[in-house]
Ligand binder design. Structure first.
Ligand code: UD1
Length: 433
């Protein structure tokens, strides 16, 4: 398994370009299953999860061309299989995003039930309930979710999410675009990725209004056609680089981002004393002179509030702030696994249920640590950049799922970071420092 060796204590300086949003590219690629015509997506990040999603499309019978590294042209004209197998779903839970489009276009879908994962049980009951409201018959057969639309087509309906679900909202949106009649999604997720998906679907000929609000209305259409779309920038990668600048006392220009998708994070980080200037609508200048960080409490909540996907990175930052901060995680159970690794590096963190209390400022010292999930690995990289001495991070395949060429990007900014690859010929990016 690949590892990162990081020698901390160097301020990051320079310019970094943000990649496309993983969490938008995943549903947008799934949406290509809704038409027999070609859909072209630009700014698709080159990360492991997208490679897995591409494999899923190909396994179903789609043709995926990559004329350029970040462009994917998908033709789902010859779909013969309607099933996402366990091998793929177990490595990437977002494979469940195939359910909605397959059910919507072909009236049938089978997806292996995602098991428990590192950050909690993560059920898909709300997705399934909404499909049933659209007339689907859903059953569980040998660990698979099997869904069918009687007479081959779903029927538009009022659907209500008891709990806000991002992929749930996306799945139902994709199922409903080809349903007969009108669907309303109440208590829909409002993440920018939902808006991006709706924009793509509308370009394909769907009739969706209200995406980005908690009430989405969808007039079903008979068929969808070709489209070309550019994926929005990754707001979590952007915010991770903001923290990287702050925690190392450096100065970064962050290009190709969308600060308007990060209002809650930017506000919170400004409260902690990080200087963040919006140079223009897609560029940020970040600096943290003297590293005099203030402790501030935070609670994760659905968008537009502070995202759970930034909780781990924020916790690392708070280890470097003066005083105590309380971090409450309301979205996922079991999402504090990075805390014990941060403690190994010298942090003072106490966990009780869904609340973490971080007492700073701690002198972090390099040590061997282990990544447990995607955002946890980002938090460990940040801690290692701020720590004295060498940190060896194991299981970095987690970070490869969602951060494009992180070693190269950080190395260019002055970080001392190398990937230690078991088999160098398989390394997605070679040693950089
Ligand atoms: C998406 C993001 C993930 C992010 C999360 C929350 C993608 C590919 N992933 O995950 O990065 O951390 O949103 O912003 O976009 N729930 C149920 N039943 C369901 C569905 C969800 O109980 O059927 C619960 C979950 O366990 C969790 C909460 O609802 O407690 C929110 O989960 P959800 O928004 O669905 O997360 P994902 O879409 O899986």
């Amino acid at each position: 398994m690949d590892k990162f060796l990081i020698r901390g204590g160097k301020p990051l300086n320079g310019t970094v370009e943000i990649s496309g949003a993983k969490n938008s590219a995943l549903p947008c690629l799934a949406a290509t299953l809704l038409t027999a015509e070609t859909v072209t997506l630009h700014n698709v990040p080159y990360v492991k999860d997208l490679i897995t999603q591409r494999r899923l499309l190909e396994d179903l019978g789609a043709t995926v061309l990559t004329p350029e590294l970040h462009t994917q042209k998908v033709s789902a004209a010859n779909i013969e299989i309607f099933e996402a197998p366990y091998e793929l779903v177990k490595t990437m839970r977002a494979s469940v995003l195939a359910l909605g489009p397959l059910l919507g276009r072909f009236g049938q879908a089978k997806v292996s039930l995602p098991g428990g994962c590192a950050i909690g049980t993560r059920p898909i009951d709300l997705h399934l309930k909404a499909f049933e409201q659209l007339g689907a018959i859903v059953s569980l057969e040998a660990g698979n979710v099997v869904a069918r639309a009687p007479k081959g087509r779903l029927i538009g309906a009022e659907t209500f999410f008891e709990k806000v679900s991002v992929t749930g909202t996306e799945n139902v949106m994709m199922a409903a675009v080809l349903a007969k009649g009108k669907t309303t999604i109440h208590n829909a997720a409002r993440e920018p990725e939902i808006e991006d998906l709706a924009e793509l679907l509308n370009k394909m000929g769907a009739e969706i209004t209200g995406a980005g609000t908690s009430k989405i209305e969808i007039e079903g259409v008979e068929s969808l056609g070709e489209a070309e779309h550019t994926i929005i920038p990754d707001r979590i990668e952007t915010a991770t680089f903001i923290v990287a600048a702050a925690i190392t006392g450096g100065e970064l220009t962050i290009e190709n981002c969308q600060p308007k998708h990060l209002t809650a994070v930017i506000e919170k980080l400004r409260e902690t004393n990080v200087e963040i200037i919006e140079t223009d609508e897609s560029t940020l200048l970040v600096r943290c002179p003297g590293k005099n960080l203030r402790s501030k409490d935070v609670t994760t909540e659905p968008h537009p509030a502070f995202p759970t996907d930034m909780q781990a990175q924020y916790m690392t930052l708070m280890t470097q702030a003066e005083g105590a901060s309380t971090i409450v995680e309301t979205i996922f159970e079991n999402r504090f696994m990075h805390a014990s690794e941060l403690v190994r590096l010298g942090a003072d963190i106490q966990i009780s249920g869904n609340t973490a209390v971080v007492r700073g400022k701690s002198n972090l010292m390099g040590a061997p640590v282990q990544a447990s999930d995607l955002r946890a690995s980002a938090s460990l990289v940040l801690a290692a950049l701020a720590a004295e001495g060498e940190t060896l991070i194991d299981r970095v395949y987690h970070i490869d799922r969602g951060y494009e060429r992180i070693v190269r990007k950080l190395g260019k900014l002055g970080a001392s970071i190398e990937r230690i690859t078991d088999n160098m010929s398989n390394g997605a990016e070679q040693t950089t420092s």
